[in-house]
Ligand binder design. Structure first.
Ligand code: ATP
Ligand code: ZN
Length: 288
């Protein structure tokens, strides 16, 4: 049977989400043709068509069904306030939308913002934030280089995306409020056909396997047999660790999977318990 149903995904054309979005699809085993400088491309080995767009346009394209799914920052999705449901958080493009004021100024809570001029590219989210906090301020929407607005007298305060905070610092600003924590998410149109839904399920299954693998490491080590029980107790593993005899009598090789949250703690305990020759290898996909 010829497969006719396709899933159309919108991703950022260039910018901070582009590389990670393409990389994620690749890690899901989806090959893309001629990605550079194209408006759209297709995959040869998965019924997926990829549209390259400005991130600001992605929520609307997905709401309208021009694209079935999309990858976009939560910051943009919530700002545009469109009907596109989040299917999965993707763990990259992490940043926050924050309020920052000149470093020289005192900050005494949100009331400090009363009557101020706030420069931002996120008027909707900033307005919601002000309403929630019963503060009245003037919002000046500007589309880029928001952080220079106080320096040139265009505004008193900014609300902008921050990751490390170094841009704010370089512009003499300090972060005083976090409006939103954000990361890239996979969003979907609300009216997918049953076939498209099936394709989406397939894609999400792969994304979860890739993400899970990224959070885990495969660990191999050698252990003297008299220490085996203690070492096995330290290892969570997917079920229980694999134990294989070594050629040298009295020794075993132990294999297991460790999550990055507990990784260093457990490695130290394993060493202390007598484990030797510990090897740590990345996992490509993890299906549990
Ligand atoms: P486009 O041309 O697609 O409109 P853009 O200039 O609006 O691009 P980028 O600067 O490429 O957008 O950022 C895209 C997204 O990356 C942001 O909306 C946000 O979700 C995420 N991001 C992560 N860290 C940061 C950061 N430090 N500053 C700005 N955006 C960040
Ligand atoms: Zn944008």
């Amino acid at each position: 049977m010829v497969q006719t149903t396709k899933l159309r995904i919108a991703i950022q054309k260039s910018g901070r989400l582009y590389e990670d979005s393409v990389q994620l699809l690749k890690e899901c085993g989806i090959d893309l043709r001629n990605v550079k400088d194209r408006l759209k491309t297709e995959s040869d080995n998965f019924p997926l068509e990829v549209f390259f767009l400005r991130d600001d346009d992605i929520p609307q394209y997905v709401e309208d069904g021009v694209a079935d799914i999309g990858i976009v920052g939560e910051n943009v999705l919530l700002e545009k306030n469109r009907q596109a449901a989040v299917v999965e958080k993707l763990g990259f493009g992490k940043c926050r939308l924050s309020v920052a004021i000149p470093r020289s100024q005192e900050y005494e809570g949100v009331k400090t913002l009363q009557g101020k001029r706030i420069a931002t590219s996120y008027p909707f989210l900033v307005n919601e934030f002000l309403k929630k906090n019963l503060v009245e301020a003037e919002i000046h929407e500007i589309s880029g280089s928001v952080e220079i607005a106080p320096g040139i007298g265009l505004a008193d305060v900014v609300a902008d995306l921050v990751s490390s905070g170094s841009t704010l610092f370089m512009n003499g600003l300090k972060e005083v409020e976090i409006i939103l924590q954000s990361q890239a998410v996979l969003v979907r149109n609300n009216q997918l056909t049953a076939e498209q839904q099936q394709l989406l399920d397939k894609l999400v299954f792969r994304i979860r396997a890739v993400k899970k693998a990224q959070r885990n490491k495969y660990v191999l080590l050698n252990a003297p047999n008299e220490k085996l029980q203690e070492i096995i107790r330290l290892l969570p593993g997917m079920k229980s660790p694999t134990v294989l005899p070594l050629a040298e009598a009295g020794w075993s090789s132990v294999h297991s999977v460790l999550s990055e949250d507990t990784f260093w703690d457990i490695i130290e305990q394993l060493k202390a318990a007598g484990a030797q020759g510990i090897l740590v290898v990345p996992i490509e996909k993890m299906i549990v």
